[in-house]
Design a protein around this ligand. Structure first.
Ligand SMILES: NC(=O)c1ccc[n+]([C@@H]2O[C@H](COP(=O)([O-])OP(=O)(O)OC[C@H]3O[C@@H](n4cnc5c(N)ncnc54)[C@H](OP(=O)(O)O)[C@@H]3O)[C@@H](O)[C@H]2O)c1
Length: 282
């Protein structure tokens, strides 16, 4: 068995991003603070939050409690689309709430509202050194290609829902063409796709490698150079999800898991009317 040695992706501006991070969607209060501190103590070096999660203060507190040196952490947050017209001010608030003076990766959360204005604010903050990399989330290929065509900086990352049943191969080929890194949210299906854990191929690989189904599902993605940010409030899951780099799936096993793609997002395509209606009431 190999050591569980962290793997990284090199972004299109040369900075290194861990392949595994800790997700904080729906984590609030002390649960959030303790989970973030626990994740950092476990070894996670990337934390993903967002203005829309309303937990940046708790995430900042968890980081402080962990005692980690800020420079050893890769901090990701997202500007909410309701702040796209005043993104710079919103980013300053994130910095204060997170108790830091820079963000490693700042994303535009959704391709709604005036995201061109917000992108230009992120470009200025990047050039001023307040952000080490800028990127997008939930952008379809046509949307990020258009953003690239009419702006200066190519996004470093697109964070999109990606898991066994929603593998995003078409989207990935466009990301690769523009050297945009792929980050998977809901890599474990948000707890709403538990049939993934019971797939016979996943169970057989879990038995073969002495791993859990969740570890097989996450390893499958990281082995495709997709960064993953699983969320958990359970210490045993936080540890389990981090132990991904001491085994490798064979090419044949990767192909077998690839064949289970259903191309089915849980959260929907951003342009679906239901999602836009939901966003307008947010
Ligand atoms: N950009 C966006 O629009 C967007 C949207 C959604 C999410 N995200 C980001 O992506 C992160 C991850 O996505 P997510 O939180 O939606 O879902 P997820 O990480 O796919 O799934 C979380 C669920 O999986 C369970 N779980 C975690 N580890 C497990 C394990 N080893 N075995 C069994 N169950 C396990 C958790 O329950 P327990 O707590 O019981 O372990 C929780 O119910 C978020 O936290 C957030 O940071 C971004």
């Amino acid at each position: 068995m190999e050591d569980n040695k962290m793997e990284f992706l090199t972004l299109n501006n040369g900075i290194k991003m861990p392949l595994i991070g800790f997700g904080t969607f729906m984590l609030n209060g002390e649960t959030c603070t303790n989970a973030v501190a626990d994740a950092i103590k476990t070894g996670y070096r990337m934390i993903d939050t967002a203005q829309a999660y309303g937990n940046e203060k708790e995430v900042g507190e968890g980081i402080r409690l962990s005692g980690i040196d800020r420079k050893d952490l890769f901090l990701v947050t997202k500007v909410n689309f309701t702040s796209y017209e005043n993104a710079e001010q919103a980013v300053m608030q994130s910095l204060a709430d997170l108790q830091t003076d820079y963000i490693d990766l700042l994303l535009l959360h959704w391709p709604f509202a005036n995201y061109y204005a917000a992108w230009r604010s992120l470009e200025s903050l990047y050039q001023a050194g307040r952000i080490r990399a800028i990127g997008v989330s939930n952008f379809e290929p046509d949307q990020f290609l258009d953003l690239i065509a009419y702006n200066k900086i190519v996004p470093a990352v697109n964070q999109i829902e990606t898991n066994l049943y929603c593998q995003r191969n078409t989207e990935r080929s466009w990301l690769d063409k523009k050297q945009v890194a792929h980050m998977a949210y809901a890599p474990l299906g948000q707890g709403n796709r538990n049939e993934m854990y019971a797939e016979p191929a996943v169970l057989a690989l879990a038995r073969k490698y002495g791993k859990t189904p969740a570890q097989i599902l996450l390893r499958f993605l990281t082995q495709k150079h997709i960064a993953v940010i699983p969320r958990s409030t359970k210490p045993e899951h936080i540890r389990e999800n981090f132990a991904l780099f001491d085994f490798s799936l064979t090419d044949e096993e990767m192909t077998q898991l690839s064949s289970l793609d259903r191309k089915e997002p849980l959260i929907g395509k951003p342009e679906t009317p239901e999602l836009v209606e939901f966003a307008l009431t947010w």
